[in-house]
Design a protein around this ligand. Structure first.
Ligand code: UGA
Length: 329
């Protein structure tokens, strides 16, 4: 049985991944918190380490005990890119870099999360991991610090691949959404990602705010589709080696305004609608200075589908129903 080392196992992606792999793999999971993974603590295939990403001596020991390393520690909320850009750089870039180096040093397979954010304001109809340009705005728009941190890590990993033989797969999630993503309390200050942000407003009877009118579009991807692609990456080490995969659902391409309307309709069906309205706010009012946005973001998933024998299955409404079920309960 292979051993997988997941850093950030208590996070949104980490705990969903743990749930799906724990029967077939030994998992060493590291995190500073454990509220999402309590039910796994007694599983004989799971070892939990309550430590943070800066303890490199401990991390090196665990890397040596593992076959595959999946570092999932990162801040991935745009509100934080604007309000604490240095923290995003320190955690997402600086803290992850030594882990990449350790994987190269010890010849361990690395499966690394990039982001749809790296494409920035690319104008291609479909974002192609091997051909699309990565288009970011000026430095004063520090929203792009996450995107550029992730981009540079992708480039470093690629360079370790060609220069030092690092065995890696990079994956780019496109707006994965699901249960236990952000907490509903994250949504109080406006810092959650849009789906949990809107749900928090609905539950508290607050207005849903469309930044700049909400015409910007995203391809929302159910967490179960995301995790099933990761399982395929684990299953196909050879074909997925040295590859970058978009993992998203082009069938769930909706504007933020459409999302808000869908969620209000669903809230009515659930009997939890208590008067929230949809309003428009300007980006500076919502995020402060330094924001700039991707207006359209559709992944080309042809290579992901072909290589991994995978396709996204969960449509938007079904995905939102799963999320409502989780949070409303
Ligand atoms: C996200 C985050 O950067 C990461 O979670 C991730 O790496 C990546 O995209 C991804 O998963 O693909 P973004 O899609 O901008 O970025 O994140 P959200 O905060 O969910 O915002 C989506 C859109 O909704 C943005 O255009 C934002 O301006 C808008 N929004 C958000 C509103 O109109 N109102 C709100 O209350 C919140």
């Amino acid at each position: 049985m292979q051993t997988i080392f997941i850093l950030g196992v208590n996070g949104f992606i980490g705990h969903h991944l743990l749930e799906k792999i724990i029967k077939n793999y030994k998992v060493i999971g590291m995190d500073v918190e454990l509220h999402r993974i309590k039910s796994f603590l007694t599983d004989e295939n799971f070892v939990f380490i309550n430590s943070d990403i800066h303890d490199l001596n401990l991390i090196e020991k665990k890397i040596l005990q593992s076959d595959v390393v999946i570092p999932l520690v990162a801040i991935a909320r745009p509100w934080m890119y604007i309000n604490n850009p240095l923290r995003v750089f320190e955690l997402d870039f600086e803290a992850n870099l030594p882990i990449i180096k350790l994987c190269a040093k010890h010849s361990k397979r690395l499966i690394f999360p990039s982001s749809s954010e790296v494409y920035g304001m690319c104008t291609d109809d479909l974002f192609d991991p091997n051909n699309s340009n990565l288009v970011l705005g000026p430095i004063k728009n520090h929203r792009w610090i996450y995107s550029s941190s992730k981009q540079l890590l992708d480039r470093v990993i690629h360079a370790y691949g060609i220069s030092r033989g690092l065995n890696y797969t990079i994956f780019r999630p496109f707006n994965w959404e699901g249960s236990n993503m952000d907490t509903i309390d994250d949504a109080r200050d406006g810092s959650a990602r849009v789906v949990s942000q809107f749900l928090g407003h609905i539950l508290r009877g607050e207005d849903l705010k469309l930044v700049n009118g909400g015409l910007q579009r995203r391809c929302f991807t159910d967490i179960d589709d995301g995790i099933s692609a990761l399982l395929k990456i684990l299953d196909y080490p050879e074909i997925s080696s040295s590859k970058i995969y978009n993992i998203g659902n082009p069938g769930n391409d909706y504007s933020v305004k459409e999302l808000a309307e869908m969620m209000i309709d669903l809230a009515r069906d659930y009997g939890i609608y208590s008067g929230s309205h949809i309003v428009t706010v300007h980006q500076e009012e919502y995020y402060g200075e330094g924001y700039e946005d991707s207006l359209r973001r559709v992944p080309d998933i042809s290579v992901t589908m072909r290589d991994l024998n995978w396709k996204p299955e969960v449509d938007m409404r079904s995905s939102l129903i799963k999320i409502f079920d989780f949070y409303v309960k």
